[in-house]
Design a protein around this ligand. Structure first.
Ligand SMILES: Cc1cc2nc3c(=O)[nH]c(=O)nc-3n(C[C@H](O)[C@H](O)[C@H](O)COP(=O)(O)O)c2cc1C
Length: 163
């Protein structure tokens, strides 16, 4: 049975909801094991054991969030040359942008020689003030549906052996 790893960090809950949506949809695929990990608890062993990946990160300070970067820093060389060709998808929760977080994760994934199999999904919360940015987030159902689609598509492709 193949394994999909969903790894995420979230400070105010938006990315967490997106990652759970993708993982829940992927769990609809009976021929697939889905592992959902918070970034600080995700180790190189988890990366090596998976056949495909969903990376989910907030954009903070025009970058992938610190704890997602820490996850990549801790696992990058242990996995280099050992996971080439595997598929990944990317979910980014941002206030208003998200493009730099996409660029950064794509560069890391390119180093790993992973294959992105869906366009990056950016969800903007439109938080502008300090209060709004620090407040807990509720991601709209339509945006969670986009995340579910990503999880379901990656799961189906893995289970069918397309990837
Ligand atoms: C320290 C900090 C920096 C941020 N920088 C950006 C940014 O550069 N671009 C952007 O679009 N949103 C930015 N945001 C907004 C977050 O991306 C947004 O609040 C998102 O919901 C965070 O995801 P989370 O709810 O999973 O923590 C920032 C938020 C914080 C707390």
């Amino acid at each position: 049975m193949k394994t999909l790893l969903v790894v995420y960090h979230s400070m105010t809950g938006g990315t967490e909801q997106m990652a759970h949506a993708a993982a829940d949809a992927a769990r609809g695929e009976p021929e697939l094991r889905v592992v959902l990990r918070r970034a600080p608890e995700c180790r190189a062993d988890d990366v090596l054991a998976a056949d495909g990946y969903v990376f989910a990160t907030p954009e903070n300070l025009a970058a992938v969030s610190g704890l997602m970067k820490d996850f990549f820093d801790r696992t990058y060389y242990a996995a280099l040359d050992r996971i080439a060709g595997r598929p990944y998808a990317l979910l980014v929760c941002a206030g208003s942008d998200g493009a730099n977080a996409v660029r950064q994760v794509d560069r890391i994934a390119t180093g790993w020689r992973l294959a992105r199999v869906a366009p990056a999904t950016i969800v903007c919360t439109h938080a502008q003030t300090t209060e709004a940015i620090l407040a807990p987030k509720t991601i709209a159902q339509a945006d969670l549906a986009r995340c579910r689609e990503v999880g379901a598509a990656l799961a189906a492709g893995l289970a069918l052996g397309i990837y």
